[in-house]
Design a protein around this ligand. Structure first.
Ligand code: NAD
Length: 263
């Protein structure tokens, strides 16, 4: 299947590691030009190198803290300066800390909103005018399986992902007449640094080993194993593609069957 992405410009937020990096490589392999960003210079340079090798588009990387509004504006500006447009925006960021309600201060809530909601709003605000002018655009938000089924102990993530989902569903209707789709890709338990951190936190809380935490997760997944970042990235690349032109306002899981609901 030709995804029709060759020569398109994709901005993938939080793309030095994990799911964001896998998405960047997948889009690079489809022939997009790429703008990557993250805080850590070394990992970002490695990710840019990998994306460069994966395809023949140009790759630009910007060091940025997505919880800082000025920094977020800098990422969008760098993309527009370099390529003059962004056709595909993948909103992503690190996950907020685990812990029950009473463990999080007011500032922790605000930080989670800044990182996981406001970064998506501001990047979208920056690229939407150009998408509307050109009559084509794709916004894909990386949220979480927690939107289908809130995960115990992840109250910040569960809450802010729900806000992103409400925003995205409404935005999808507003921009559909301009040929722009807005969808959410929901990772289940996928092997990345974030998952290893959650395993360590759960292991400490429950007094079991990280291997036991992993075995518990695997037992809850019909496919009996954790996901690989590239399996998730394949969905994002499809949603970003020309071929996904009639899919909008959706939240789609990549979770080995873990979410048990009908929809
Ligand atoms: P990860 O920790 O492996 O990678 C996170 C990426 O975000 C890295 O590139 C990191 O440098 C970047 N980042 C973090 N904070 C940043 C900041 N303030 N500014 C700029 N860049 C920042 O995480 P991941 O597993 O790839 O997860 C990506 C998203 O998907 C997270 O929001 C996570 O909560 C969510 N998620 C992951 C899983 C999973 O199983 N991996 C499941 C559900 C949801």
């Amino acid at each position: 299947m030709d995804f029709g992405l060759k020569g398109r410009v994709a901005l993938v937020a939080a793309s030095s590691k994990g799911l964001g990096r896998a998405v960047a490589e997948e889009l690079a392999a489809e022939g997009t030009h790429l703008v990557l960003c993250a805080r850590g210079e070394e990992a970002l340079a490695e990710a840019a190198q990998a994306a460069d090798t994966a395809g023949d588009g140009d790759v630009v990387s910007v060091i940025a803290d997505l919880s800082d509004q000025t920094s977020v504006a800098g990422v969008a500006a760098a993309a527009l300066d370099r390529f003059g447009r962004v056709d595909v925006l993948v909103n992503n960021a690190g996950g907020p800390p685990a812990g029950p309600f009473e463990s999080h201060s007011r500032e922790a809530w605000r930080a989670a909103v800044r990182l996981n909601l406001e970064s998506a709003l501001e990047l979208s605000r920056a690229v939407l005018p150009g998408m509307k002018d050109r009559g084509w655009g794709r916004i894909v938000n990386i949220t979480s399986i927690a939107v289908k089924e809130p995960v115990d102990g992840l109250i910040l993530s569960n809450s802010v992902r729900a806000a992103v989902t409400g925003w995205a569903r409404t935005l999808a209707n507003e921009v559909a007449p301009f040929g722009i789709t807005v969808n959410n890709a929901l990772p289940g338990y996928t092997v990345t640094d974030r998952l290893l951190e959650l395993a360590a936190a759960l292991s400490e809380k429950e007094g079991i080993t990280t291997d036991e935490v992993r075995a518990g997760w695997e037992a809850s997944i019909p496919m009996g194993r954790l996901g690989e970042p590239r399996e998730f990235a394949a969905l994002v690349a499809f949603l970003a593609s020309e071929r996904a032109s009639y899919i909008t306002g959706r939240s789609i899981t990549v979770d080995g069957g873990r979410a048990r609901g009908l929809l």
